[in-house]
Ligand binder design. Structure first.
Ligand SMILES: *Cc1c(COP(=O)(O)O)cnc(C)c1O
Length: 365
C-alpha cells in the first residue's frame, strides 16, 4: 500500500517537539490566540516576506476577511478562476459579491492574464489568482493589469506555502495573501487553521478586528465581526512545523523531479514548472484522457491518488444561479477531465515512486 500522503510519517519525525508544544499550551491555558499565535504570526510574516500575518481558523476565513477588509460590497464583482477548490468562490459569495470566472492557461493551469483583462468591468472590486497545486500564477502581468485598473489582488496561496515567482514569496505580491493550514496542506496544523498576510498595516488591523467579533476594545463591536480566531494549540504546532517547511518543500521537489524522470517515457502529461517559479508540489498531477482506467489500476494496486478537482467550480450545483455552462472555460474543463494526482509528500520513498511508475506503465505503456 502506498498512501496518497502520510501524516503519520510527519508526526513521527517531530513527535517530541509537537508533544512538548501541546503540553506548553495546555498548561498556559491560552487556548484561543495567545503568545504562541503571536509568535507564529511574526515567524510566518518573515517566512512570506511580508510585514504582517494574522492567524485565523481557516484559509476560507482568510479569503472572506481579505475581501471584507478591501471593502468588497454586495453586488461587486470579484474575478477568479474556475480551476480551484470551491472555497475560493465560496468566500466571494460570503462577501455577497458575484464571482466572475476567467479561464486558466494550459501549461500551469493558473489565471490567464489575457482573459482577466477581458473580464474587468466597472464593478470589479478584487482579483483572486489561485496558486494551484503549489505553483504561483503569472503574477507580473496580473499585477500590471490590476494596477492599471486600480483593483487590488488577493492571492489564494492555500496550496503554495514557500512557492516563489522571480524570487518573491507566495502571498507577498498582492495586497493580501491567503493561506490554509488544513492538515494536508504543505504547512498543516493538527486541525483547522489559516492566515492572511499583508504589507499594509491598516488592512492587518481591520482583519485582526474582524476575526475577533469586530471588537476595538472588549465588548465594543465597531464592525460586524466573526469568530475566526486561531487556536493557541495550532499556533504552537505551526511554529514547530514552520521550522521544517523548507526541508519538507525540498523533499517534495525532489520527489517531483524523480517522478518527472520516471514518467518521461510514458504517454501522459506531467506538471509544467514555468521559468523563474519555484513550484512546491502540493499536488503532482499527471494528465491523461484514460484517467478512469488509470485510476482503477492505481486503486487496484493500493496506490493512493486523487482528482484535484473533478468538477470545475463554474459547473458546481451550488453556483448554478451564476448562469455558467459547460464549454465556457475549455482549458479548465479539459484539465478537470484529465488530471490525476499521484502520491506526494516529503517522506515519499523512491521505491514507492518506482512502483507508481510501473503501475502507470502497465496501463499506458
Ligand atoms: C484548502 C484551500 C482553501 C481553503 O482552505 P481551508 O483552510 O480548508 O478553509 C482555499 N483555496 C484553495 C485553493 C485551497 O486549496
Amino acid at each position: 500500500m502506498i498512501p496518497y500522503l502520510d501524516l503519520k510519517a510527519q508526526y513521527d519525525s517531530i513527535r517530541e517537539e509537537l508533544n512538548a508544544a501541546a503540553v506548553r499550551v495546555l498548561a498556559s491555558t491560552h487556548y484561543v490566540l495567545g503568545e504562541e499565535v503571536v509568535a507564529f504570526e511574526k515567524e510566518f510574516a518573515t517566512y512570506t516576506q511580508t510585514a504582517h500575518a494574522v492567524g485565523l481558523n481557516s484559509g476560507t476565513s482568510a479569503l472572506h476577511l481579505a475581501l471584507l477588509a478591501l471593502g468588497v460590497k454586495p453586488g461587486d464583482e470579484v474575478i477568479t478562476v474556475p480551476f480551484t477548490f470551491i472555497a475560493t468562490a465560496s468566500a466571494i459569495v460570503y462577501a455577497q459579491a458575484t464571482p466572475v470566472f476567467v479561464d486558466v492557461t494550459p501549461d500551469t493551469l493558473t489565471m490567464d492574464p489575457a482573459a482577466l483583462e477581458r473580464a474587468i468591468t466597472p464593478r470589479t472590486k478584487a482579483i483572486i489568482p489561485v496558486h494551484i497545486h503549489g505553483q504561483m500564477a503569472d503574477m507580473d502581468p496580473i499585477l500590471a493589469i490590476a494596477r492599471r485598473h486600480g483593483i487590488p489582488v488577493v492571492e489564494d496561496a492555500a496550496q503554495a506555502h514557500g512557492a516563489t515567482y522571480r524570487g518573491r514569496a507566495a502571498g507577498s505580491m498582492g495586497a493580501i495573501g491567503c493561506f490554509s493550514f488544513y492538515p494536508g496542506k504543505n504547512l498543516g496544523a493538527c486541525g483547522e487553521g489559516g492566515a492572511l498576510v499583508t504589507n499594509d498595516p491598516a488592512l492587518a488591523a481591520t482583519v485582526r478586528c474582524l476575526r475577533d467579533w469586530g471588537q476595538t476594545q472588549r465588548y465594543h463591536h465597531d464592525l460586524l465581526g466573526f469568530n475566526y480566531r486561531m487556536d493557541g494549540l495550532q499556533g504552537a504546532f505551526l511554529r514547530v512545523k514552520l521550522r521544517k517547511l523548507e526541508e519538507w518543500t525540498e523533499g517534495r521537489r525532489t520527489a517531483a523531479a524523480r517522478y518527472d524522470q520516471l514518467l518521461a517515457g510514458l504517454p501522459l502529461g506531467r506538471p509544467v514548472q514555468a521559468a523563474e517559479r519555484r513550484h512546491v508540489y502540493h499536488v503532482y498531477a499527471i494528465r491523461t484522457l484514460r484517467r478512469a482506467e488509470v485510476q482503477a489500476r492505481l486503486n487496484q494496486a493500493q496506490i493512493g491518488n486523487g482528482i484535484h478537482y473533478p468538477i470545475p467550480v463554474h459547473l458546481q450545483k451550488c453556483l448554478v444561479h451564476l448562469g455558467y455552462r459547460q464549454g465556457d472555460f475549455p482549458v479548465t474543463e479539459a484539465a478537470s477531465n484529465e488530471v490525476l494526482s499521484l502520491p506526494i509528500y516529503p517522506e515519499l520513498p523512491p521505491d514507492s515512486q518506482a512502483a507508481v511508475r510501473d503501475t502507470l506503465a502497465a496501463v499506458l505503456g
